[in-house]
Design a protein around this ligand. Structure first.
Ligand SMILES: Nc1ncnc2c1ncn2[C@@H]1O[C@H](COP(=O)(O)OP(=O)(O)OP(=O)(O)O)[C@@H](O)[C@H]1O
Ligand SMILES: O=C(O)C1=C[C@@H](O)[C@@H](O)[C@H](O)C1
Ligand SMILES: [Mg+2]
Length: 172
């Protein structure tokens, strides 16, 4: 394996599960959103305000390319990273890709108290999440080695399931 890469929608638990997986595997953990914020010196809502979504996506593409050069890290991506072809190629080539799946209902519950996701500042966040998932679900699946359900399962259980199923994957 090169890296272990988590993809999926907002609220799927990429950051949460990624941190736990890295601890379990004793590997460094990198979170693309966090790395972009560190590099920019500004938070994601600020980047969206000043540079628009295209500005954020350019920063994200550069960061994904950089992070996929690592060898032996657990990488949590942003929910929209799969929207660009170049990112999907880099992620697929960068290691094992795990799609953390969550229903829209769970995503809504897990993101409702957090104001840090500019795309959810809409009148109807549930509809936004549903529309985004309709577009992105096939893209997550396109690059995934594993699809893992996170609904009604605490993070620890999701981690154990991932480790178990990774061990059963044939070499690529
Ligand atoms: N399996 C789970 N069960 C219940 N709550 C969870 C689960 N996974 C994550 N959460 C909670 O959901 C919230 C969002 O999780 P997290 O930030 O890890 O999502 P994310 O996929 O990284 O989202 P984003 O794409 O916006 O970065 C957090 O409060 C986290 O504690
Ligand atoms: O789903 C998305 O497009 C996003 C998810 C977050 O991880 C951040 O990358 C940002 O808020 C955009
Ligand atoms: Mg995250």
């Amino acid at each position: 394996m090169r890296n272990l890469i988590l993809v999926g929608p907002m609220g799927a638990g990429k950051s949460t599960i990624g941190r736990l997986l890295a601890k379990e595997l004793r590997l460094p953990f990198k979170d693309s959103d966090k790395e972009i914020e560190l590099r920019t010196g500004a938070n994601i809502p600020w980047i969206f305000d000043k540079e628009g979504e295209p500005g954020f996506r350019d920063r994200e593409q550069a960061m994904i390319a950089e992070l996929c050069e690592f060898d032996g890290v657990v990488l949590a991506t942003g929910g929209g990273a799969v929207m660009r072809d170049a990112n999907r190629k880099a992620l697929h080539e960068g290691g094992r890709v795990v799609y953390l799946h969550a229903s829209v209902e769970q995503q809504v519950g897990r993101t409702s108290r957090d104001r840090n996701r500019p795309l959810l500042r809409t009148a109807d966040p549930a509809k936004t999440l549903r529309d985004l998932l309709a577009i992105r679900d096939p893209l997550y699946r396109e690059i995934a080695d594993l699809v893992v359900e996170t609904d009604e399962r605490p993070p620890r259980m999701v981690v154990l399931d991932i480790l178990d199923r990774l061990a059963q994957l044939p070499p690529r």
